[in-house]
Structures are given as C-alpha cells and as structure tokens.
Design a protein around this ligand. Structure first.
Ligand SMILES: Nc1nc2c(ncn2[C@@H]2O[C@H](COP(=O)(O)OP(=O)(O)O)[C@@H](O)[C@H]2O)c(=O)[nH]1
Ligand SMILES: [Mg+2]
Length: 451
C-alpha cells in the first residue's frame, strides 16, 4: 500500500477513536437522565485506555515485541537487530525477568519503533505468565515469534492464541547455524505446514511470514597449524545473520507500518467499546427491566381494550419501536443499523403473532370485540368470550415486549461499533483495501470474524 493510503488509514483510525471517546466520554450524561457517577467510575479504565491508544497514535510509535519459549534467542534477536549487545543473553532460565523496551533508532523512518523483549513463555509460572503475555501482546503492533527448530506443543498453542488475538506475526526461525542446510529447509517446510493437519485455519503461515536467522551464532573452533609444527586452537565467532529479518521488518514498515498501527488501535477500541457497552447494560439492568415492564403493560392494556383489530397490530408495533428508543436512551448507546434486521424481524414477528391471533379466532377478534361491546348489554355470556380473547392477546403482547427488550440489548451491545466511523466499520473498510502481500491481508479472516 502506498504511503497516502496508509496515511488515510491512520487518520480514519484516529477519527474513529476520537468519536468513540467523545461519545462515551460525554454521554454518561444523556437524554434527561442525570449524570451517573457510578457508571462513569465503572467505565473510567476503558476511557483511559482509549485516550492512551489515541496518544500512541499521535506519537507515531510502533511496537514490535519478541515472543517465544526460554532460550530461543529472543534477547539475542533484538541485540542483532540493534547491532549492539544491549540485552543480556544466556542459556539459563530467567535471564530476562520483565518485559524490556528499547527504542530502535532508524534515521530514515518517520515512525518511532520500540522493540520489546519479554521473558520466555515458559519462564514465569501460571496466570502471571498468561497475563503478562496477553498484556504485552495487546500493546504490540507486530510480534516476532522466535523459534529455534521444531516447534513444541506450547509454542503451537501460544502461536494459535496470538493469532486469535488478531496479531500480525512474523515467525523467526533462529539458530540456523546449528542446522545443516537440508535440515533448515525441512524445518522451514514444517513451519509452513503448521495447523494444516488439524485444519486450524488460523495458523498456516505463508513463506512471507517465516524468516530464518542466526542472531548469535555459536563460536567455531579454529585450528591453526604453525610452520614450526605447533598447533594453536582458537575460537572464532561468526557474524550474526540477521539481514533477512531486518529487511523484512523494513519492508513491512514501509508497506503497511501505519496501517498496522491503525488496525491495532481500532481492534483495541472495538474491544473497549464492547466492554463499556457490557458495563452500561449491567449497570442499568434494573431500570431497563422496569422500563420493559411498563411498556409491556401499556401494550397489553392497549391491545386488550382496543376494539379494532388492525389498530392492535399498529399499536403493538408502535409500542415496540417506542420501547427500543427508550432503551437506547436509557443506556446512552449509539443506535446503528447493524443487527437492525434482527430487531425488525422480531418486531414483525410480534406483530405477525398478534395478527395471526386475530385471524385465528375465526374472524377479526377486534371486530368481534366491537360486536361484543354492543352485545354485552344484550347477552352477558359474550363477555366471557370477549374477555378470554383480550387476555390472551394482552399476554402475547406483553411477552413480545420482553423479547424486543432482550433483542435490543444485544443489538446495542454488538452494534455500538458498527456506525459511521465505528471501530468495526473502519476495520472492515481498511482491511478491504489491503493488498495481498501485506500481513494485514493475511489477518483479514481473523479480524473480521469477530463481531
Ligand atoms: N547457536 C546459536 N545460539 C544462539 C543464537 N541465538 C541465541 N543463541 C544462544 O541461545 C541462548 C539463549 O539466548 P537468549 O537471547 O538469552 O534467549 P531468550 O531466553 O529467548 O532471550 C544464549 O546462550 C545465546 O547465545 C543463534 O543464532 N545460534
Ligand atoms: Mg531473554
């Protein structure tokens, strides 16, 4: 993608995040509902993260982190990229204890790059580990997943998980100096076959996603036979073979660096908005139930008392629509067209059921009721028939309200990021424009699968 296109993706993402921040930052006071300090406090962490994501975009900072098991050479790869042995490396466990961030100064690039070194996935215990890994992954625009030969079950699972988190990944096959050429090729091919047997659609890697390097090649023994017959043994350390990775990263940066940052910010924003919607729905649950109940009563009463059949159906639909509006106002969540079809289907269904009932009673029960009203004075037994039909219709009408209330909740929750400039809408728009050589193109299915 050319730089203009990337620039456009970048501004779209920025606008989308700004809009979300404005909406959720201000609408805590909405409609005639008073400001709700409790709800405001509950969603504060999400709003704060949204602000941070905007700040990260503004600083044009792209984060690249290394992931992998202990001793695969995560720290060594970063040193080799920097061309400087800044991080400690070693064969023992626990050399790298905490994530570490180093600025990678690239004089030619407008972007700022941070390289993040992490402890091995198998180095810290249990929950701490997965939390750390998830946190670092969540903050990364690109992940270098370091392996050193055949991959283990843990590595496979970690890769799978990162993919599910919709992370752009380069698999770095390190320590190739330890393998003769034919073994290297065999391992390379195995890496490409990953996930194919198990039909794991998230995994298969393309050749573009695997890079072979030797970040810190082993020293080689060198025997020098002097003319006097004496033999000297020295150790020679070969240069790192890191150029393929460095070039690959440069290529990614120029081809999709800004778009990667845009998508990363949007995926974060989408997640944050859904959490905000969840918290809002939770917080307003009691009020929502009261509201639904009130509308159910209106609807039931209107339908039971109204004597004209066709008006029943209209009145019912009208109440459903009013309820949806009232719920959206109560929650203060944006109404978008996403999921709206489902909502309409339910409204029509509830209208349809009423209509069918009217027909099913042999004639328009509404008309029947009209006749009934007239007949009450003449024949008291008609009151029974009239009452039963009205009650049944009222009940169905009230139940319809409950269904509508429930569906509206999911609609607001899922739909909140689908409006104009919404995170989901913008993600889809950007991904559509990514050409097939990009890492983002490769991620299309994972990213857009999520609602
Ligand atoms: N033979 C060989 N050894 C390497 C290479 N890269 C790293 N190592 C060694 O592997 C060990 C672990 O490296 P380190 O970067 O600390 O691994 P980390 O735990 O993943 O950060 C160290 O002893 C390194 O010298 C490589 O390309 N070839
Ligand atoms: Mg390390």
């Amino acid at each position: 993608m050319d730089s203009q296109q990337q620039e456009r993706h970048f501004s779209l993402a920025r606008a989308s995040l700004q809009q979300a921040l404005a909406w959720y930052g201000n609408t805590r006071r909405h409609w005639h509902y008073p400001p709700d300090p409790e709800l405001k406090a509950a969603v504060h962490p999400e709003l704060h993260k949204l602000q941070q994501a905007i700040a990260k975009l503004d600083s044009q900072l792209l984060r690249i982190s290394t992931f992998g098991l202990v001793s695969r050479g995560k720290s060594a790869v970063i040193n080799a990229l920097l061309g400087n042995k800044i991080l400690e490396t070693g064969p023992l466990h626990g050399v790298t204890q905490y994530p570490r961030t180093i600025r990678w100064d690239l004089p030619t690039d407008k972007l700022k790059i941070d390289l993040i070194d992490t402890p091995g996935l198998d180095e810290i215990e249990g929950e701490m580990r997965s939390k750390m890994a998830a946190d670092v992954a969540a903050e990364s625009d690109l992940i270098l997943f370091i392996v050193a030969g055949d991959i283990t079950r843990t590595e496979y699972e970690a890769l799978h998980e990162l993919r599910q988190q919709q992370k752009p990944i380069l698999v770095v096959f390190n320590k190739i100096d330890l393998y003769p050429d034919c073994d290297r090729q065999a391992i390379f091919q195995q890496l490409q076959q990953l996930g194919r047997e198990t039909n794991d659609t998230t995994l298969p890697l393309t050749t573009d996603e695997i890079v072979m390097v030797a970040a810190e090649p082993q020293a080689i023994a060198l025997r020098i036979e002097h003319p006097d017959g004496s033999i000297e043994e020295t150790w020679e350390t070969p240069d790192a073979q890191i150029d393929p990775l460095r070039e690959k990263i440069f290529q990614i940066l120029s081809q999709e660096g800004k778009s990667l940052m845009a998508i990363h910010a949007l995926v974060q924003a989408r997640h944050l908005q859904q959490t905000i919607a969840d918290k809002t729905l939770d917080h307003r649950q009691q009020e929502a139930e009261d509201l639904i109940w009130t509308y159910a009563k209106y609807k039931a009463t209107a339908i039971a008392l109204n004597p004209i059949g066709v008006i029943d159906v209209f009145a019912g639909t009208f109440t459903d629509l009013a309820l949806i509006r009232a719920l959206a106002r109560l929650y203060g969540l944006p109404m978008t067209s996403h999921e709206a079809t489902k909502l309409w289907r339910n409204i029509l269904m509830s209208a349809g059921i009423l209509f069918a009932m009217e027909l099913g009673s042999g004639f328009f029960v509404g008309l029947g009721r009209t006749a009934g009203l007239g007949a009450i004075t003449l024949n008291p037994s008609v009151i029974g028939v009239y009452g039963t039909a009205a009650l049944a219709q009222g009940g169905i009408a009230a139940y319809g309200c409950y269904i509508i209330g429930k569906v509206t909740k999911t609609y607001l929750q899922q739909g909140c990021s689908w409006g104009n400039l919404g995170a989901s809408t913008t993600i889809r728009e950007i991904l559509k424009q990514c050409d097939h050589r990009t890492l983002l193109y490769r991620l299309q299915s994972e990213i857009s699968l999520t609602p």
